[in-house]
Ligand binder design. Structure first.
Ligand code: GUN
Length: 285
């Protein structure tokens, strides 16, 4: 049996970032605007620290100016909202990112919704998610946006294809569902209560998995020739990173599959850069 094509998220991301570098330079020379991103990381969750470090490095490489904030884990909601209000007012800042998850004593939606929707480059506010659902111009959340680019690198026309999204998080599963609907897919969203997940997988021309459960999806569940995007990031006992799909097995069934690491991850970061640039461009209008 032929092995699946490996969707090289790193290479696709690197390509896009070259264009972002050019656009950042152009915005500076034509309008004297430098895109600015504020990053807030609360506490010291090791995975969040790593993700934020990657985002910061990527911003610096394309010329986005960073404003970094590291409140202690015991910061109050009121203090965080005060910080966000000051960033909302700051003309140098075009994007505000609050890394999730937040500590348990904080209501994440209260914090996210304090972000000015025009600076919500993660696309997590109720305003942006509502606009996504109703197909208005908005900041599309970075991971679903990146997954769509990966899917389109394999499939020209998504019209009428069966897509299965596994996972119903606000930041990946739910927005991914709408991104695929907008692209005329017939979409099913599966989650922890779904019955007969293997059967649903077998029918999916496009499979996007974002649950955070190592090797949940077995190779023989996958429809032969399908496109599989693995958003999972899981750590094994020996500190290796694995996805939600059993990659080795799945490569014998899928037509194309994104690896972990090197698939959806670099695309998420790239779409954050894209959204920050878009916000800076809009600020000039
Ligand atoms: N936590 C996991 N993924 C993300 C993301 O894309 N953005 C933010 N802000 N937090 C996350």
């Amino acid at each position: 049996m032929n092995l699946a094509k490996i969707i090289d998220g790193k290479a696709i991301a690197a390509n896009l970032r070259q264009n972002i570098i050019k656009d950042v330079l152009e915005l500076k020379s034509s309008k004297n605007i430098i895109p600015g991103l504020a990053v807030i990381l609360v506490g010291d969750n090791p995975a969040s620290k790593l993700y934020v470090r990657n985002k910061i490095t990527a911003c610096k490489k394309v010329g986005i100016k960073l404003f970094e904030f590291y409140p202690e884990a015991n910061v109050s909601e009121v203090e965080l909202i005060k910080l966000i209000n000051s960033l909302n007012e700051n003309k140098e800042i075009h994007g505000i990112l609050v890394q999730l998850p937040l500590p348990d004593h904080i209501n994440s939606m209260n914090i996210i919704n304090a972000i000015d929707p025009r600076k919500d480059v993660d696309g997590f506010t109720a305003t942006n998610l509502g606009k996504l659902v109703t197909e208005q111009d908005c900041f599309v959340p970075c991971t679903p946006q990146g997954c769509l680019i990966l899917i389109k690198s394999i499939i020209d026309k998504l019209d009428g294809l069966n897509a299965l999204v596994v996972g119903r998080s606000n930041i990946v599963g739910k927005p991914m569902l709408h991104v695929l609907i907008q692209n005329n897919c017939t979409v099913t969203l599966a989650h922890s209560h779904t019955k007969n997940l293997p059967l649903l997988c077998k029918q999916a021309d496009i499979l996007v998995v974002a649950v955070g459960s190592s090797n949940l999806i077995k190779g023989d569940w996958i429809k032969p020739g399908s496109t599989v995007i693995d958003v999972g990031i899981n750590y094994t006992a020996d500190n290796k990173i694995t996805g939600d799909v059993d990659f080795k097995e799945a490569a014998h069934y899928a037509g194309a599959i994104s690896p972990v690491p090197g698939g959806a991850g670099p695309m998420t970061v790239t779409c954050l850069l894209k959204n920050t640039l878009k916000s800076a461009l809009y600020s000039a209008l």
